[in-house]
Ligand binder design. Structure first.
Ligand code: GLC
Length: 731
């Protein structure tokens, strides 16, 4: 038996039992008029002692899109996905869980609908894997909420899902610039040298990350004074050169007498406990570690306030990692290893089957059993086993951090990047896709994932550009930078011991290509930022799969090209040694720009259909949709370095086209109160020329600095018209 009610525009909730409220949903549920029902149409429901299985017969043409951060195709059919947050550093194709858990998907078939299972522990979506014609969703519990969004249009389903779970948060404008990371730049002098290299090589960059080595013995909220003497003045020095520092903050608190975060957390009872009520111990980077109980609101408050010393010295951008939470091992696990080693000690032979022995030897490392060994103390509830709420840990860590930063600087937009996530985290933070590899296959994996993440509300996301694990070739990094330039988070990151991946770490040709790619990204910021704000306002993905904008049987098969905002389609090259690729252009004609930098690359008109387009190493296949516009500015060394005084407006106009550039201050929450200015550009084709109109809506809080527009407009035959317009503030 379930309880059911209708809400919003076309949503039905089905409630099983008495579910724990995850806070994924922002829409109030307490006033709903629930009725008892026995079915969840269109699913067949089987209930057993351990949980519920929902199954749906799929037709051959049915497709399933969504499930956020996951492997598999964009169409998720043909694989089983286990939604259970995992520190999974090798994204090989057979893996079924990654760092985030996003149980929202859309069924696209004869009748289309969306489904969101709000349940915070393991859920298995078997999408035609065990039986190719069956979608089966296994929830090992009798307590959960399930939402069905009944609509034929995927954009409407996503919009309704975001009405339910809230609009994405907007990071500060600088976060649309380029970001450089490495595990690790361990001290001030190495960060200084990275910063100098960017400026010396004339490469824009806005942020440099500080990975775990900046801390004293990996103790969170400490800074190693030897490696970073006079840290406060270092932060200032970097700021003056236009660099934000982004320190990593992990959840594990080192067990060490005299360390204030440990002592305070222990005194206040804010750490997760074992079955006997004692602080649970696991081992992560710092060694023996306690885990803050982020599901407890008082602990969240405490944790958020721990950012105060860093905020005071001017750091407002952070990186929450290892928050699945990753636990390398426990004392009991280590003991098991010791026992196993003792068992083999002195033996010369392991008997007839050493293969049985090896898994036992590794059981102690990253063991999921650990998640059943500690508990959360939630208000007005008896302790909850971590396993039962596992997917909420990272969500609540990032939320605690974000809420703290908002309290500490109420009108300053923080930057908060989280590795683990659950539905709803998009209201507080942004995500990256964790430890990928410098493999060509991962470019494609990345492209699919950012589209699926966008469907789940994570509009701002990205992967480790260049690949985190393994050594990267210069060609791979160049191609990945070209893709990264068209994902919101554009961050190059790589692991310890791997080949350096900064743009200057390769040959001169690669360096000059990467310089131009990054400059192109900076030139695109007025377009990208305006489109991002609009996407958030309209609750439609910023990175959109082709089929959501141009639904057709053909576009539903396009997984390696995507829309970047409403006007621009990107089709990155993702194969080794390739000097071109196939691309599908849906309805209308398109302006194909073989872009290698903001001021270079041929433009030519292509008709709808399938094309092979060439793309030399320096070229990115970009396509502007007919009667849509993009705007480009002069690239800067960092966002906000100079006022933007002119914009180039580019497009293929066969009838009329418009674009509205949105300006806000880029760093406060004032945009939420409507303190924005806009520049509306309209172009109408006349018989042999274009009529261009410009309208400014200026908010006194955000002066529009643009004085001139340079138009570069193409007609159906590819003939270009270049003209200029002064922007008159009185307009
Ligand atoms: C994890 C993170 C990675 C980071 C490393 C060291 O593997 O995913 O990005 O560099 O830890 O902190």
């Amino acid at each position: 038996m379930f309880k059911s009610a209708t809400l919003l525009n076309f949503t039905t909730i089905f409630r099983a039992g008495d579910p724990l409220q995850t806070d994924a949903v922002v829409h109030p549920l307490d006033k709903l008029l629930f009725q008892e029902v026995s079915k969840i149409p269109p699913f067949e429901v089987i209930r057993d002692d351990d949980g519920v299985t929902l199954s749906l017969q799929m037709k051959p043409q049915d497709r399933i899109f969504g499930l956020g951060e996951n492997l598999g195709g964009l169409n998720k059919r043909g694989k089983a996905y286990r939604l259970y947050a995992k520190d999974e550093s090798s994204h090989t194709p057979e893996k079924s869980s990654l760092y985030g858990s996003h149980p929202f998907c859309m069924i696209d078939g004869e009748s289309s609908f969306g489904i969101f299972v709000d349940y915070p522990s393991e859920i298995v979506f078997d999408v035609g894997f065990s039986r190719s014609d069956l979608l089966s969703i296994r929830i090992p519990s009798h307590n959960f909420d399930l939402y069905i969004f009944q609509n034929e249009k995927s954009t409407e389903i996503v919009r309704e899902f975001l009405r339910l779970t809230g609009a994405p948060y907007v990071p500060p404008k600088w976060a649309f610039g380029f970001q450089q990371c490495r595990y690790s730049y361990p001290d001030a002098s190495s960060i200084r040298s990275v910063a100098e290299n960017f400026r010396k090589n004339d490469i824009p960059c806005d942020a440099i990350y500080m990975d775990i080595d900046y801390m004293q013995d990996y103790k969170i909220f400490t800074v190693d004074q030897k490696a970073f003497p006079r840290f406060e003045s270092f932060v200032k020095e970097m700021g003056e050169q236009g660099f934000k520092l982004v320190p990593i903050i992990d959840p594990g608190v080192k067990v060490e007498e005299g360390y204030s975060v440990y002592e305070d957390g222990k005194k206040k009872g804010f750490f997760c406990v074992d079955k006997d009520g004692k602080e649970f111990v696991g081992s992560v980077w710092p060694g023996s570690t306690h885990f803050p109980d982020f599901l407890n609101p008082d602990c969240r408050l405490w944790w958020g306030n721990l950012y105060k010393d860093l905020v005071k010295i001017g750091i407002n951008s952070y990186w929450n990692d290892m928050n699945e939470p990753a636990i390398f091992f426990t004392p009991a696990g280590l003991k098991e290893l010791a026992d196993q080693l003792e068992y083999v000690a002195g033996k010369e032979d392991l008997g007839k089957d050493p293969v049985d022995f090896l898994p036992k030897l590794w059981r102690w490392w990253h063991s999921e059993d650990t998640y059943k060994q500690f508990y959360h103390k939630l208000p007005q509830r008896s302790p909850v086993c971590h396993h039962d709420v596992h997917n909420l840990y990272g969500f609540n860590m990032a939320r605690a951090s974000a809420e703290g930063l908002r309290r500490l600087s109420p009108n300053e937009r923080y930057f908060m990047l989280s590795r683990s996530s659950y539905i709803g985290l998009h209201r507080y933070a942004v995500v990256w896709t964790g430890d990928n590899h410098s493999w060509w296959e991962h470019l494609l994996v990345h492209m699919r994932m950012i589209q699926s993440l966008n469907m789940a509300g994570f509009f701002y996301c990205g992967s480790d550009v260049g690949g985190f694990n393994a050594d990267a070739s210069s060609e791979l990094v160049v191609r990945w930078m070209q893709l990264g330039a068209f994902t919101p988070l554009f961050r190059n990151h790589s692991t310890k011991g791997s080949r350096q991946q900064e743009p200057w770490a390769f040959d001169d040709e690669a360096l000059s290509i990467m310089r131009e790619v990054i400059k192109l990204r900076y030139a695109m910021i007025p377009y990208a930022y305006s489109e991002f704000l609009r996407a958030v306002q309209k609750l439609t993905p910023f990175i959109s799969p082709l089929f959501m904008k141009f639904p057709s049987e053909r576009t539903k098969q396009c997984e390696d090209q995507f829309m970047f905002g409403d006007s621009l389609m990107v089709a990155p090259v993702h194969a080794v040694n390739a000097t071109g690729r196939y691309v599908h252009l849906p309805a209308g004609t398109w302006l194909h720009w073989k872009a290698s930098g903001p001021n270079s690359g041929d433009r030519k008109v292509l008709a709808a259909g399938d094309h092979y387009v060439s793309a030399e190493l320096s070229e990115i296949p970009l396509f502007i949709a007919e009667n849509k516009l993009i705007v480009l500015s002069k690239p800067q060394n960092y966002v906000g370095e100079e006022q933007i005084e002119s914009l180039t407006v580019m497009g293929l106009v066969t009838d009329c086209a418009s674009f509205t550039v949105i300006f806000d201050d880029g760093h406060s929450f004032d945009y939420e109160k409507g303190i924005v200015s806009t520049l509306e550009i309209e172009i109408a084709k006349q018989s042999s020329s274009y009529d261009a109109r410009v309208k400014i809506n200026q908010n006194p809080g955000v002066p529009v600095t643009v004085k001139k527009l340079h138009f570069e407009i193409y007609d159906q035959q590819g003939k270009v018209s270049k003209f200029e317009r002064e922007v008159n503030l009185a307009q």
